[in-house]
Ligand binder design. Structure first.
Ligand code: DGY
Length: 319
């Protein structure tokens, strides 16, 4: 008998077809997620769950899933899953590392450039037929060449961002509790500095850390005050790493020059003040959103799930 699998939201058809070959699949077609009550009802008789980063899989959900053997998260981050609870119950948890590194690094640079050169603001201005001809001081942005880039979180994505910084001949510093090897630092031309030093000295600060209790509100009001007045903060990691209210306040007071955000503290809600500000560029969590990457992620999550359900060790096991 094929195992029973629940897919919380729309999956790419190729990945759904793969799952259907190996399992009896429910869900995977609707853009709208399940309500918690629906999820609890539907997971009751399932052996496997394929979920997205927007699904909170906590103790309450696991209590409703007596047969559950594996949770395959279609994301590299897994802060939406209570790992402790899963471990206690012997439920495997998998993620999708590696396949979205370059895409997310590309988006980081798109966001750095969009923020530094006011691209969305200029586009809105032009569409609104306000372009009356070349002006010496129209949409003056920030130069990147020769500036200092501070990377918080030097994992795979942080390193890919550092490599791209060479094109701009930027000086790269980083902070991560796990220091790179001297060889890696040399290859990336990146120097380790303490966090407060990075915050106080960088022109562009970009966040690539994972979310856990130690990084929650790492960028607090106090840490925002350490940043240079003309600095830019970019976050493509997880929203709660930045105190969003404090950031909105700092941007409104021009305590820093600008920010580019792809992620938010209470997604999809956004601090209303941010929506009114013109010195912040806002994206809808599209860091890994290319067709190729999302297909790789969906296929990887589907394969992890089936490997676990067949009793093997999934390739990308978290716990
Ligand atoms: C992830 O996989 O964790 C990313 O946030 C998706 O873009």
């Amino acid at each position: 008998m094929k195992p029973k699998v629940l897919v919380t939201r729309r999956l790419l058809p190729e990945a759904l077809a793969y799952l259907q070959e190996h399992a009896r699949v429910e869900g995977g077609k609707s853009r709208r997620g399940l309500t918690r009550e629906n999820l609890k009802a539907k997971i009751r008789d399932k052996d496997g769950l394929l979920c997205l980063l927007v699904d909170q899989i906590d103790r309450d959900i696991m209590d409703s899933a007596p047969r559950l053997k594996i949770i395959a998260n279609c994301a590299v981050g897994f802060d939406n899953i209570d790992l402790g609870e899963a471990r206690k119950r012997g439920i495997l948890v998998t993620n999708t590392p590696g396949v979205l590194t370059e895409t997310t690094a590309d988006l980081t640079w798109a966001l750095i450039l969009a923020t530094a050169r006011k691209i969305p603001q200029s586009d809105r201005f032009t569409r609104n037929k306000r372009f009356r001809g070349w002006e010496l001081d129209l949409f003056l942005g920030k130069e990147l060449t020769g500036k200092r880039l501070g990377i918080i979180g030097m994992g795979r994505i942080g390193m890919a961002v550092a490599l791209r910084a060479r094109t701009f001949r930027m000086e790269v510093v980083y902070f991560d509790p796990c220091r790179l090897t001297p060889q890696e630092e040399k290859t990336l031309k990146a120097a380790f500095v303490p966090l407060d030093n990075l915050l106080a000295s960088s022109d562009i600060i970009t966040i690539h850390a994972s979310l856990h209790p130690g990084t929650y509100h790492l960028i607090s009001a106090e840490n925002l005050r350490l940043m240079k007045k003309d600095a830019i903060l970019v976050n493509v990691a997880r929203g709660p790493i930045v105190d969003e209210k404090a950031l909105a306040r700092a941007l409104a007071r021009r305590q820093l020059w600008g920010a580019g955000l792809d992620v938010y503290e209470k997604e999809p809600a956004i601090q209303p003040e941010l929506l009114r500000l013109d010195n912040v560029v806002l994206l809808p969590h599209i860091g890994s959103a290319t067709y190729e990457t999302r297909l790789r992620m969906a296929m990887m999550a589907a394969r992890n799930l089936i490997q676990g359900l067949k009793g093997g060790r999934p390739d990308h096991l978290v716990v």
